[in-house]
Write a protein that binds this ligand. Structure first.
Ligand code: GLN
Length: 484
């Protein structure tokens, strides 16, 4: 049951081979058995989920339900869920119960999905390892001494251990693709503006984007069909028509032009990673794709520009947590200033504080031009270079991460080394492009991912290319032995 695709589960429900209550109970049991070790959930919605499942079963006898009604989904704890704690991995929001649903949550509810729990994440989505969470590190199901990636590491660990069939993630600089890669999943960061950010707790508003995390491109396409679309509640949400993302999955990819950025395939690339990626290239060649060398000369500046822009936006977004309106408030404040100061110093963890300090500094008078404006100029150059390259090719291929999952604790005290783990993903967010990560095989028993980057709003091309790859390979079908 836990290895099945969304379609296969929906089929069983429709044919009444299993009831929604049985299905939810089945996954709840798996969570109870395994999540003490993995720590992938902040909240398990046992009672609500069973109630909803019961309602689905009752309704199914009376009328036709949406095709996916009754299927469990794990929601990243960054999406506001009405009546269910939404912590964003922070002590600051440990007591926050939103009075409304994020648009993404609303859409999954309408499609009949049942939120089985809220997944652990790096605090305010700042991180690449899930170690900055107030609720503790998440373990990688492939090897519990390793990180599952971040910031959507709870979502990736939950799917990898088959505690939920699918999950949501958000990606500001790689947080869907990197954990997908480190846990052997398929994760898609849509074009900026494709998915509504309403009710998705803001980290860096010009970069944040929600997207699907799943075992396969097909499941991701089904999820994107539900998630994508205009939302009047988010002024940055695009008004482009939403295609059926499953419609082109079966198209042959003969003649697909794939760009290989020469800067990404330099001598610095780990030789084991290079070997696996070479196999991916070979598989695509066998399917008739053409490879063309391209150049993204400014991509080496992406991390530096991102670590000005993202903290600048974060410092502004996080100023709302002041202990007054909602969230954590310190005990016995002396006066107003004391309340602001202590609520924020006690409520935020160290990575969040580091970003607020960097961001505030970069935005301050006298430094604004030197750092923030400069970073924005680099951002524009990076975007233009991608667009020039994407005039020549349909998609760009790269590794998703420079290595497989690293040890828990290995990088916590070396922020720059942590930041470098997003070297292949961050530029994509600066350019607002869509990109997908999919399983590319294993190195010493740990999964590796490859990334395809597409043109703005060309999610269908990415999903089609990965689906075709997944028909020729079986990496994505493998799951960790302990959770078989
Ligand atoms: N790892 C990056 C950061 O720490 C990206 C995080 C994300 O995509 N949310 O900011």
């Amino acid at each position: 049951m836990h290895h099945l695709s969304l379609k296969a589960i929906a089929n069983k429900l429709t044919k009444k081979e299993i009831s929604a209550v049985e299905l939810i109970q089945y996954f709840l049991d798996r969570i109870n058995t395994h999540d003490k070790t993995l720590n992938s959930f902040v909240t398990v919605c046992e009672e609500q989920a069973l109630q909803q499942a019961h309602a689905v079963d009752q309704l199914r006898n009376k009328k036709k339900l949406p095709y996916y009604a009754g299927i469990p989904i794990a929601q990243k704890d960054i999406f506001c869920t009405q009546g269910i704690k939404t912590s964003c991995g922070s002590k600051m929001l440990d007591n926050f119960i939103p009075p409304y649903n994020a648009t993404v949550i609303e859409k999954f509810n309408q499609a009949g999905f049942i939120t089985i729990g809220k997944t652990n994440m790096d605090e305010f989505a700042m991180g690449s390892s899930n170690e900055s969470s107030f609720y503790g590190a998440v373990k990688n199901p492939w090897n519990i001494t390793k990180v599952p990636g971040g910031s959507s590491g709870g979502s990736s660990a939950a799917i990898a251990a088959r505690l939920a069939p699918v999950a949501t993630g958000t990606d500001t600089g790689g947080s869907i693709r990197q954990p997908a890669a480190l846990c052997n999943l398929t994760g898609l960061k849509p074009t900026y503006g494709r998915v509504s950010r309403y009710g998705m707790i803001a980290f860096a508003s010009s970069l944040d984007q929600g997207g699907p995390m799943a075992k396969t491109a097909e499941d991701a396409a089904i999820m994107l069909n539900i998630m994508a679309g205009h939302d009047a509640k988010d002024s940055t949400c695009a008004n482009n028509a939403v295609p059926d993302y499953t419609a082109n999955l079966e198209n042959p990819i003969k003649g697909l032009k794939i760009g290989l950025p020469k800067e990404y395939f330099s001598a610095q690339l780990d030789s084991n990673v290079a070997k696996q990626i070479e196999q991916v290239i070979q598989t695509y060649k066998n399917a008739g794709a053409e490879f063309i060398e391209i150049s993204l000369p400014s991509s080496e500046l992406a991390i530096s520009a991102y670590y000005i822009i993202a903290p600048a936006e974060a410092s502004s977004n996080l100023s709302r947590y002041d202990g007054v309106r909602y969230g954590y408030r310190c005990e016995d404040p002396k006066d107003l200033t004391d309340m602001y100061e202590r609520s924020r110093s006690e409520g935020f963890g160290s990575e969040v504080k580091r970003r607020i300090i960097v961001g505030t500094y970069a935005l301050s008078a006298g430094y604004y031009d030197a750092y923030y404006i400069k970073a924005q100029k680099i951002r524009r150059v990076i975007r233009d270079e991608f667009l020039t390259a994407l005039n020549k090719v349909d998609v760009i291929l790269s590794p998703t991460t420079p290595n497989t999952a690293f040890n828990i604790g290995e990088k916590v005290n070396v922020p720059v080394s942590m930041y470098l783990s997003d070297i292949y993903t961050i530029a994509v967010n600066l350019a607002g492009l869509p990109a997908i990560s999919a399983p590319a095989g294993f190195i010493n028993g740990l999964p590796l991912g490859f990334q395809l980057i597409g043109k703005h709003f060309a999610e269908s091309t990415l999903l089609n290319a990965v689906h075709q790859y997944q028909k020729l390979t079986d990496w994505h079908t493998q799951s960790p032995e302990q959770y078989a």
